[in-house]
Design a protein around this ligand. Structure first.
Ligand SMILES: [Fe+2]
Length: 187
């Protein structure tokens, strides 16, 4: 985890109105937590995302990040786990400690569907690569381009469908248990 990546993540959220209350809790830079790097199968897709901008910075930092999964094979099956993972930058587990917000990046591989789930935390996503389809509640799946924020109020069900290109999306969490596993609503 590099200061360059953290600065780029912060800049990506600075222009997002819905992120303002989260950014008010952005941690002061103190000692970093020592986090052991770990990779996942989904990390293979980073190399297909080019080297421009924040994606390039993320790619360079990726080997130093701890890529993790909240779900097991019994949740959405083994194929999902081959194309799913996240790395936390800020929070209860990431290198930058915070008890108020979590911030990281979610990766989903091509043709992965992340079924409907919900959590107590309020959430803001900003896609940085790929154009997945996103759904909230009973609404339609709608494509969300890179840079367009998505806001989930607490406990609003949401789902994602990824097409031919993988997805990388920055996230912010605020409220509730910042390390909670989501409640699964559809599979
Ligand atoms: Fe979520």
């Amino acid at each position: 985890m590099t200061a360059e990546l953290l600065a780029a993540v912060r800049a990506a959220f600075d222009a997002v109105g819905a992120a303002r209350p989260f950014l008010a809790e952005w941690p002061e830079m103190g000692p970093l937590r020592d986090v052991q790097p770990a990779s996942l199968p989904v990390c293979q897709w980073l190399s297909t995302m080019g080297t421009a901008g924040i994606v390039g910075i993320l790619r360079a930092a990726a080997p130093s990040l701890r890529w993790q999964q909240t779900y097991g094979v019994g949740d959405f099956g083994a194929d999902f786990l081959q194309g799913y993972g996240w790395a936390e930058f800020i929070g209860l587990r990431g290198p930058y400690p915070s008890t108020q917000i979590a911030c990281g990046v979610l990766l989903l591989g091509p043709h992965i569907t992340y079924p409907a789930h919900a959590h107590a935390a309020e959430e803001v996503y900003v896609p940085i690569f790929g154009q997945a389809e996103w759904q909230q509640g009973d609404g339609p799946f709608a494509p969300v381009p890179v840079g367009q924020p998505i806001h989930h109020a607490p406990w609003v069900p949401h789902a994602m469908r990824v097409g031919a290109e993988p997805l990388a999306a920055l996230y912010l969490w605020r409220g509730g248990d910042l390390a909670a596993k989501s409640v699964i609503l559809g599979a």
